[in-house]
Design a protein around this ligand. Structure first.
Ligand code: NAD
Length: 250
């Protein structure tokens, strides 16, 4: 097991990729803090799965695009002990033609997809460095860092910028023993993109661009995240990797 004895905080873990990452981490021996903006039945189910694997789980409600929520989340998370791993997964996608996009729509997407990861990483690193602890951060970007889809002039830049965020944070905290990497998922079967999976017109067009010829599962992102967060990746930092069945490279 790659993550035995580690404590991980996964944002947006109530469903989809975040849930997949939380469950793979627990399978690999980690205790997991399950964050989401809305908690209840879904987050309780994730926590129950983690506990059924013999690990500890804690559900913490927080809107990670708000500084005060982020600070409170890290305080409440202390219940499971010092956090070793942060996964910045929470994100939203909207589709709006460039010429119609409003300032508010730009800010809403950018605050959650980019600023939230920056704030969570800063809070995590400040605490870890103050306490003299090492750590690992995994940021979740998107295939749209490399491929154009219509109506995403706000979403795509927020995801490509995560690469720069990853590189720049990694350079400032490397000497403190904190590693920072990024995963760009391709088409992954989650509630966010269910409309694509259920569209007989759009799905074949997208799948035709994927070398392996099928959508991935949340656990596929979980496996890559578990590796990057583990000591097996101890000499990897500042990197971004596509976990996309060969979409970006086709
Ligand atoms: P999803 O919508 O199924 O799940 C996202 C979760 O994040 C939800 O539970 C939601 O409540 C939570 N969340 C949203 N805003 C939040 C906030 N402000 N604070 C805390 N939690 C919040 O989406 P998903 O498909 O699982 O996507 C997860 C991440 O992966 C996102 O960053 C997304 O952009 C990225 N991504 C997904 C795909 C895909 O094909 N599914 C592809 C590329 C990138």
């Amino acid at each position: 097991m790659k993550l035995t004895g580690k404590v991980a905080l996964v944002t947006g873990a109530g469903q989809g990729i975040g849930r997949g990452i939380a469950e793979v981490f627990a399978n690999e021996g980690a205790d997991v803090i399950v964050n989401d903006i809305s908690t209840g039945e879904k987050t309780d189910q994730v926590a129950a799965t983690i506990r059924s694997l013999g690990r500890r789980a804690l559900v913490v409600q927080a809107d990670v695009s708000k500084r005060e929520d982020v600070e409170r989340m890290f305080e409440e998370a202390q219940e499971l002990g010092p956090i070793d791993i942060l996964v910045n997964n929470a994100g939203v996608e909207t589709i709006v033609p460039f010429l119609d996009l409003t300032d508010q729509q730009w800010e809403d997407v950018t605050n959650i997809n980019l600023k939230a990861g920056w704030m969570c990483a800063q809070t995590f690193c400040r605490r870890a460095i103050h306490e003299g602890r090492k750590g690992a951060i995994v940021n979740i970007g998107s295939i749209q860092a490399a491929r154009v889809l219509p109506g995403r002039t706000h979403y795509a830049p927020s995801k490509l910028a995560i690469e720069a965020l990853t590189r720049n944070i990694s350079a400032e905290v490397g000497l403190n023993g904190i590693r920072v990497n990024c995963i760009h998922p391709g088409l992954i079967d989650t509630p966010m993109i269910r409309w694509v999976l259920e569209s007989p017109e759009i799905l074949p067009q997208v799948v035709a661009q994927i070398s392996l010829g099928y959508p991935g599962k949340p656990c596929d992102i979980g496996y890559a995240a578990a590796f990057l967060a583990s000591d097996e990746a101890r000499y990897i930092t500042g990197q971004s990797i596509y976990v996309d069945g060969g979409w970006a490279g086709k």
